[in-house]
Ligand binder design. Structure first.
Ligand code: ADE
Length: 224
């Protein structure tokens, strides 16, 4: 049985953490002219930071490492390396979490060499200090033991992947599941529950993806 230590993060926590992070930035006296969100995880925190610090300028850069929830992909890449003139600007680069640090390092280095800001600082809601290759200039929570944070903006995507992983792992042992059985296995593996609306939507998506077939009240894992 898959076991991943996971914490369900609520929207309220995101607001609280972003407000806390904005306070840390404010107390440092750093005043950004432009906020750059690391796409996709940095979007919501970056937008909230703009709100709390009253910053109007918000752009983004897509630096991606993790293609599957809680699994490491090969390497980080800048997806759309467009040109932007940030000369003379103080930039705040914002991400949700600094885990290995690879994506934010890549984004930072790309911005410094291609967009040429006067200054650049890095901020993240969370920093996993034992595994991260960099320490952000600003962070709100230092995480001392690696876990998967199930953020509200990846709830559907994560649920689909988590359920898929359980079903495929158990495929040789069982193919037929009821909703309650999948839910129980999910809770046992991840120690969280995302709520019925998200759970039903994930199962519907897995049917659309051809992983599951629905036969009345029973879900059948399809052999591919
Ligand atoms: N993205 C990269 N690392 C993560 C983690 N530990 N939790 C949630 N999202 C992540």
């Amino acid at each position: 049985m898959v076991k991943v230590s996971t914490k369900l993060v609520t929207w309220d926590e995101i607001v609280e953490w972003s407000m806390g992070l904005a306070r840390v930035i404010k107390e440092s006296s750093f005043k950004p002219d432009v906020v750059v969100a690391v796409s996709r995880g940095g979007y919501v925190p970056a937008r909230l930071i703009c709100d709390f610090l009253l910053v109007e300028n918000l752009v983004s850069i897509q630096s991606q490492h993790w293609t599957e929830a809680a699994k490491v992909a090969e390497r980080a890449i800048i997806k759309f390396p467009y040109t932007l003139d940030l000369s003379g600007q103080r930039v705040l680069l914002v991400d949700d979490i600094i885990d290995t640090g690879d994506t934010v390092i890549l984004a930072r280095d790309f911005i410094l060499s291609e967009w040429k800001p006067a200054e650049l600082r890095v901020a993240a809601l969370q920093w996993i200090s034992p595994v991260a290759k960099i320490k952000p200039d600003f962070y709100y929570i230092e995480v001392k033991e690696w876990i998967w944070f199930q953020y509200p903006w990846t709830r559907h995507e994560d649920t689909v992947q988590f359920v898929r992983r359980i079903l495929l792992e158990e495929k040789e042992r069982r193919r037929e599941w009821t909703y309650d059985e999948i839910r129980a296995a999910f809770e046992e593996s991840y120690g969280i529950f995302v709520g019925d609306a998200y759970f039903r939507l994930a199962l519907e998506t897995l049917v659309e993806l051809g992983v599951l077939e629905r036969r009345g009240d029973v879900y059948v894992v399809r052999v591919t």
